[in-house]
Design a protein around this ligand. Sequence first.
Ligand SMILES: Cc1ncc(COP(=O)(O)O)c(C=O)c1O
Length: 452
Amino acid sequence: MSELYQSAFNYATEFLGYANDSPIQVGDEAREGLKHLDIALPCAGTAALTVIDELNQWFSPATMKMGSPRFFGFVIGGSYPVSVASNWLGTAWDQNTGLEKTTPAAAMLEKVSARWMLNILGLPKESATAFVTGATVANFTALAAARNQVFKQAGWDVESDGLIGAPEVQIIISEDSHPTVYKSLGMLGFGRNRVTKAVVDEQGRIDMTQFPQIEDNAIIITQAGNINSGAFDPIGEISKLAESKKAWVHVDGAFGLWAQASPEYKHLSKGIELADSWATDAHKWLNVPYDSGLAFVKNKHALKAAMAITASYLPSENAERNPSDYTPELSRRARGIDVYAVLRYLGTDGVAELIERCCACAKRFGELFIAAGYEVMNEVVLNQVVVCFGSEEVNLKIMDVIQKEGTTWIGQTMWHGRLAARISVSNWQTDFAAVDESFEVINKVARQVLAS
Ligand SMILES: Cc1ncc(COP(=O)(O)O)c(C=O)c1O
């Protein structure tokens, strides 16, 4: 066995050693090579060492180097080495993280990580935390708690009686919400279209002068960190408005919630602690490996009512915190390990430094683009930059050439009805040198395309 593990370790460390210096985008040859893995399953097995050799040979070269300090597509982040290492250990430990009684270490680390997270994000201490796969499921989980509570207030037990014949619920959602929030609404039976949209301003923030009338039994879904501009809805103001109607306020803070960890950027999310639930990702800005998202719910009972299960064979009596009481899954990976490892490694100062460095890098991008005469379409308040080089055709051409060149990677977006390039800075390795190196390539390509 040790030869097998050693071989996987060698391949993994070799990959991590060259990944930063390799072209980011997957080349045609590497894509072509993947066909060696696409075979009919033979009757006879294959030696484990050979399986690992083959995976390394064909998969490694075909990886998009998303962990590169110069990868700015999506808000993705990389993985701190400490969390790659903790993830390996977590796999070796292979704990089925459902119950405290059977996996006490995994349950305990979740409890501690949850406490640290609430502290670092400045959220109410009494909130329950769910360790889920990502922000999509974190939104789903938190909104399931919202559904439970809002129907309970209306005298309806939605967990037992479902939605058929249930009282009306109003869902108010920012018109610039992430598509995965609509997906969560669909999965919860609310429907993706039965929503009241809150109008946003030019930065994608909910415009309070046009905020819809809040009805009885309402759930209001806000955003901390617009996916294009990085702007924040006025969550404190909305939460105060929601109080009189006992409406539930949820925050999709997939990446923006992390502003709370920085003394310099905390003002952006002012009043966020007044909401009822929050969703974020650890696999984005905290830079832990996939998959790792977190849902926080102030009303612990609402979350447990929506998520907990009981079965005669599950030993849950006297447990202080059974992880599965808070998540859609019963059996799952011990996600708290990697969150614990990175937080322990960075401390609160280290997390603040990470957030502030990424935001400073985004600001630098913005300044470099403006100085070079390009149009920066958003106020660069956080880690997001939307830049437009010219017509749709020009933008697409520039992005295509940049991606093929391989030094850096930026993706496309639609902002105010125009196609533009979007830069998201969230990698633990990104610094001014990475920004300058990337900008040099982007500028050179843009000049060439514009001149052609
Ligand atoms: C604002 C926002 N919400 C939700 C999501 C979904 O997150 P995940 O892909 O981790 O499920 C994203 C992902 O980019 C996001 O930016």
